[in-house]
Design a protein around this ligand. Structure first.
Ligand SMILES: [Zn+2]
Length: 230
């Protein structure tokens, strides 16, 4: 695990970037149980300390100005020029996101950023802000699931447990560009194949029917599997 520190300034001054390796697990599996029983026991409280009180302060005493990282109140014996709270953003792959956002093992069709049904966002239409998940909403949702009010997969919307980092909002998980690019290329290829089939391939009726039946069977299988998981 890497901690990437970015100090951004106004007035076009270059950003300062520093990388710190804060944890490393050698294991053949990236199962959440392994993280939970090793690095996360130290890692999560550390991040919470940074979130709750971490701030960069530029202050001056009689001698000089200085920049310091503080986890306490402002220094009382010095003049404070800037006092900037630290913001935490999380980066990683989709499995890592799912594990940290309380969605370990969820159906992959649900979105971790919004609660809109997959069939309604797959057209790349922007989702309104009030449809985006917040920690508070997710907690409320889980309470309803645990109380037995939400039973079907379509109602649970992929929520499995509380977010592991219950102080970092889902919108602070950095959009996974690599997965987006893979998904986009897959969509373009699918559309291209569809175009080739429609415009150039003259498949016999029986082959078209057999292929459609196979697609329907695959979808039914995935739905049944998701239902039995949650
Ligand atoms: Zn979404």
């Amino acid at each position: 695990m890497l901690l990437k520190l970015l100090l951004r300034f106004y007035h076009g001054k270059d950003t300062i970037i520093r990388l710190f390796e804060i944890a490393n697990v050698s294991h053949s599996s990236d199962d959440i149980v392994i993280f939970n029983t090793t690095v996360l026991q130290r890692n999560v409280p550390g991040l919470e300390t940074i979130h709750n009180g971490g701030r960069f302060i530029v202050s001056s005493s009689e001698e000089a100005r200085q920049l310091e990282l503080s986890f306490d109140e402002e220094p009382i014996n010095r003049q404070v020029h800037y006092n900037v709270p630290v913001s935490i953003f999380i980066n990683g792959n989709l499995k890592f996101f799912a594990q940290r956002l309380g969605r370990d093992g969820m159906s992959t069709s649900w979105c971790m950023y919004c609660n809109v049904h997959p069939k309604d966002w797959s057209g790349l239409v922007a989702v309104p802000d009030d449809e985006l998940w917040t920690l508070a909403q997710q907690t409320q949702f889980l309470d309803s699931i645990n109380a037995g009010h939400l039973k079907e997969a379509i109602d649970k919307k992929g929520i499995v447990s509380l977010p592991l980092l219950n102080f970092v909002e889902p919108k602070h998980f950095i959009f996974p560009q690599l997965h987006f690019e893979i998904g986009t290329v897959n969509n373009v290829l699918d559309a291209f194949r569809g175009f080739i089939e429609d415009a150039f391939e003259a498949l016999p009726e029986t082959e078209v029917e057999a292929r459609n039946a196979k697609i329907i069977a695959d979808v039914s299988y995935t739905k049944a599997r998701d239902k039995s998981n949650h």
